[in-house]
Design a protein around this ligand. Structure first.
Ligand code: GNR
Ligand code: NI
Length: 169
């Protein structure tokens, strides 16, 4: 397993739309392990391949208290179940470090995805699981949490993170 670097907003690679996974091989398993290792290292509860610069439709998450329930979703597709409520949730993102913003998303969704063997799965998550899968699937579509807030606020976050990046060099 290997730790990977996490891209930070406004890195243009975070805007790429990731490609569907068609081959379920050992390489994909290694990628999922790298994602999990990187997610745990940086104390995240989810991570999308886009965030480590790999443009493939795979995400990992672990919302358990003990951090011992890793889950892998390949080619996730979200269907919003109609007539259901939306709720605001304070979200953080490893690609937008140290900023937290409330994002409103549908609570009740149906997720179809493949497991690492390529089997088709379907779940109806609610609560935090629903929020995190939607946040990660957004990454695979080149979308970020900051796209849900005002452009003024987004611009401010952008310049702060660019300034931090310059200081590190
Ligand atoms: O670690 C994370 N916490 C989090 C909190 C609320 C909603 C979404 C998340 S995902 C985030 C890790 C991350 O950036 N994944 O893309
Ligand atoms: Ni994120």
């Amino acid at each position: 397993m290997a730790l990977r670097n996490i891209l930070v907003f406004p890195d243009p690679r975070l805007r790429e739309v990731a490609e569907e996974v068609k081959v379920f091989d050992e390489k994909l398993k290694i990628l999922s392990e790298d994602l999990l290792e990187t997610m745990y290292e940086f104390n995240g509860i989810g991570l999308a391949a886009t965030q480590i610069g790999v443009s493939k439709r795979i995400l990992v998450l672990d919302i358990s208290e003990e951090k011992n329930e890793p889950q892998v979703f390949v080619n996730p597709k979200i269907k919003i179940l109609e007539g259901e409520e939306t709720a605001g949730y304070e979200e953080g993102c490893l690609s937008v470090p140290s900023f937290y913003e409330e994002v409103i998303r549908p609570v009740n969704v149906e997720i179809t995805f493949n497991d690492l063997e390529g089997n088709e799965k379907k779940i109806k998550p609610t609560g935090l699981l629903s929020v995190v899968v939607q946040h990660e699937t957004d990454h695979l579509d080149g979308k970020l949490m900051v796209d849900y807030i005002s452009s003024t606020k987004r611009g401010r976050i952008r310049s702060k993170l660019l300034k931090l990046k310059k200081q590190k060099k």
